[in-house]
Design a protein. Structure first.
Length: 158
């Protein structure tokens, strides 16, 4: 039996923070604002995995009102969420993500993000796919104010 979950996340670009997506540091003039390290790729994938297990969402597990999660390593949060769903009898099967931003160009970094996420989940090579696109200049993404990520993940019942 297969279960499917969806995740969405967005963060605002700010000066003075590094840009980390999918556990990979990406050279850029701005990073993302957030209570944690604001890794929107890790957050969207975490929500997709939790959603597939009907286990709530990242905000319930790691509330931003809790000082424990200030500047938290989002790849660690992903790992913890994956542990939680495994404990409920699910195994991660695969995920597909789309990152939407005008800048920076993420194409050269998608492979290392996929490898990092796959390894962090202990999943088979090729089980995480990432795509990047712009928003054709429209809206908050088009104005370069922020980034958005959509993720779909499937879990197998063990
Ligand atoms: Zn987030």
């Amino acid at each position: 039996m297969i279960r499917v979950g969806i995740g969405y996340d967005s963060h605002r670009f700010v000066e003075g923070r590094p840009l980390g997506l999918g556990g990979v540091r990406i050279p850029h003039s701005r990073g993302l604002a957030g209570h944690s390290d604001a890794d929107a790729v890790a957050h969207a994938l975490t929500d997709a995995i939790l959603g597939a297990a009907a286990a709530g969402d990242i905000g319930q597990l790691f509330p931003d009102s809790d000082p424990r999660w200030k500047d938290a390593d989002s790849m660690q949060l992903l790992h913890s969420a994956h542990d939680l769903v495994r404990g409920r009898g699910y195994a991660f099967a695969q995920a597909d993500l789309t990152i939407i931003t005008e800048q920076p160009r993420l194409g050269p970094h998608l492979g290392s993000m996929a490898t990092t996420l796959t390894e962090r989940l202990g999943a088979r090579p090729g089980s995480v796919n990432l795509k990047a696109k712009t928003n054709e200049g429209m809206g908050f993404i088009g104005r370069g104010e922020g980034i958005a990520v959509i993720a779909v993940a499937t879990l197998e019942v063990r």
